[in-house]
Design a protein around this ligand. Structure first.
Ligand code: FEO
Length: 397
């Protein structure tokens, strides 16, 4: 059964929101029990309508049903493609079956992506940065924001009502009861940060450039309308500020994020000896991979993004890091890349190890500043433990 909502945001502007409760792993990777929404938008004018983005292919029939509740599909003159990723374009083939006359609009590279992926014959109008489109008195201006999250991403500004359609930027996981930013919970902001880090984290520099470009353009959006999550009309600058802080990896407080794997207890014991004296003075968040527990990688990435310092500990597995830590480090090296955070690495071994060197390289490649390292046979000495504690205190103060 389809699960969508339609809301008139402002004069003649409609949100078409699909609540995807069925997706478990976004991009077939990120665990999202909280679900996600796909937000498309329609502007109605006397000369026809403009559709901004679509829904995932699975919900193509539902999208057509939703469109029909507000206008005839044949009345849609333009389909603006802010981003070609299939969570926003999957319904194109189905849409074009009902409307082969609408002109698609986007950055030139979007056309080649869409033609390769979908079977549709509609015209495509490539637009330049800051080019405008007019229809029935509605005026839309396009801003190139490449690599937020793909090369063809752009934002569309509806000048009449000062609405900025931002696609992935300023979006979030989760399916909220509300449509707008009323009483936004900490939990929602966590999901938004999780979305940024997991989906756009690699392109955080481009995200910051995109934000700066919008700020420099002197437009003053009254509504920020992303393609996932809440619509920001009460405090639109809040989500822009939060996104910028997260993209910069700004530490929210004196939080130490600890991630360790432990197969038989040596690494867990070493970690516990280090963090025990730190707990009273600092906020310490611990994530682990053990034989009876496994934290979600998405939560680890999200918390590392706001950490003041990071402690990573791993047993030696064969000659490298434990597979779970190896996986984490490889993801950190892309999703958290460029966010300079102090880090300490602990590596245990029974008979030999090169894991410490590999971990050091991965963390340094990711831009972390490795401030201390201890590689130990089964147990850390008290002197090593004390030294690591002091290193972490220095980083956290
Ligand atoms: Fe929501 Fe990059 O797609």
């Amino acid at each position: 059964m389809s699960n969508y909502q339609i809301e008139e945001l402002t004069n003649g502007v409609y949100l078409l929101r699909l609540n995807d409760t069925e997706v478990k792993y976004f991009e077939s990777n990120w665990y999202i029990p909280e679900g996600i929404t796909y937000n498309a938008y329609v502007i109605k004018t006397d000369e026809g309508a403009i559709l901004f983005d679509l829904w995932k292919a699975k919900y193509a029939d539902a999208l057509m049903d939703a469109i029909k509740e507000i206008t005839e599909p044949s009345s849609i003159r333009y389909v603006v493609i802010n981003h070609a990723e299939p969570d926003h374009t999957g319904s194109i083939t189905r849409f074009s079956e009902e409307n082969s006359e609408a002109t698609f609009v986007g950055i030139p590279i979007a056309e080649s992506i869409l033609r390769a992926k979908y079977n549709f014959q509609n015209k495509f109008r490539p637009v330049r940065n800051e080019e405008e489109l007019s229809l029935g008195g509605a005026k839309i201006r396009f801003y190139y924001t490449p690599w937020v999250h793909w090369p063809e991403t752009m934002m569309s500004y509806y000048l009449n009502e000062q609405i900025l359609f931002t696609c992935d930027a300023f979006g979030s996981y989760s399916i909220q009861k509300s449509i707008f930013d009323e009483n936004v919970s900490d939990e929602y902001m966590y999901y938004a940060k999780k979305y940024l880090v997991t989906v756009i984290g690699t392109y955080r520099e481009n995200l910051i450039k995109g934000i700066e470009k919008i700020e420099a353009s002197k437009i003053t959006p009254k509504i920020i309308a992303p393609s996932h999550g809440l619509i920001w009309k009460n405090n639109p600058t809040d989500i822009i500020r939060a996104y910028r802080d997260w993209a910069e990896g700004k530490p929210s407080d004196k939080t130490l994020v600890v991630v360790y794997a432990s197969m038989y207890g040596s690494t867990a014991d070493a970690v516990e000896n280090v963090i025990r004296p730190l707990r009273g003075e600092y906020k310490v968040k611990v994530f682990s991979f053990t034989d009876d527990h496994r934290d979600n990688i998405e939560d680890i990435l999200t918390e590392v993004n706001s950490a003041k310092a990071v402690l990573i500990a791993s047993p030696t597995y064969e000659t490298g890091a434990h597979p779970s830590i190896n996986y984490l480090l490889e993801i950190l090296a892309t999703k958290i890349k460029g966010v300079k955070k102090p880090a300490v690495i602990l590596t245990s071994y029974a008979w030999g190890s090169t894991a410490d060197k590999k971990n050091l390289k991965l963390l340094q490649d990711a831009g972390f500043e490795v401030i201390d390292q201890a590689t130990f046979k089964e147990k850390m000495t008290q002197a090593e433990t004390n030294r690591v504690i002091e290193s972490l205190k220095k980083a956290l103060d």
